[in-house]
Design a binder for this molecule. Structure first.
Ligand SMILES: [Fe+2]
Ligand SMILES: [Fe+2]
Length: 184
């Protein structure tokens, strides 16, 4: 993707707008899914020793989600048609990993947040000065997703049973979810 800084808002603009719309659509979907994952984890672990840290991450995801809800309206983006799926799948992913144990829940966080970091990193690189505001938002959120990953690692994610298999499967799932939520 070219880094357009042109003041000419004519021919290429539609493509540019559609590219930005796709970014907002998928990021809105992802942040929506993230709130559901942490809600699912809290359903299972909400009374345990990890509740506070999970609530902290949920609160940040809710702020991310609200921002993208505002951007969806501001940029007149059609939200993904798959929100009902992410509603259920996100919650299920959170609840199931939490049921496997605190470490598996943290492994889920590491996998998801790593996938989102890569995703935000590539979006940020594709955005030019024309979209500096969106780029700054993405960079701010990316820093918080990395904080979440570090929280997962600090809470023994890597000691979860089948850590490598679990995180690889979840990361792959995230990549599929990202690819379809950009378009559908
Ligand atoms: Fe987030
Ligand atoms: Fe996050």
């Amino acid at each position: 993707m070219s880094q357009s800084t042109s003041k000419n808002h004519l021919p290429g603009d539609l493509t540019r707008a559609e590219a930005v719309a796709r970014m907002i659509r998928v990021d809105h979907a992802g942040e929506y899914g993230a709130t559901r994952i942490y809600a699912g984890q809290l359903r299972v672990l909400g009374r345990g020793p990890k509740a506070e840290v999970l609530r902290h991450m949920l609160e940040q995801e809710q702020a991310h989600r609200s921002t993208f809800e505002e951007l969806v309206i501001k940029h007149r983006v059609r939200p993904t048609a798959l929100l009902p799926l992410w509603h259920v799948a996100g919650y299920a992913l959170g609840a199931i990993t939490a049921a496997l144990g605190e470490r598996a829940a943290m492994a889920c966080t590491v996998a998801v947040e790593e996938a989102i970091d890569e995703h935000y990193r590539s979006q940020s690189a594709a955005l030019g000065e024309d979209e500096a505001e969106l780029r700054d938002t993405i960079e701010k959120f990316r820093a918080e997703e990395l904080e979440h990953r570090d929280i997962g690692l600090a809470n023994e994610a890597e000691l979860a049973p089948a850590y490598r298999l679990l995180t690889a499967a979840i990361k792959q799932g995230c990549k599929v979810a990202i690819a379809v939520s950009e378009r559908i």
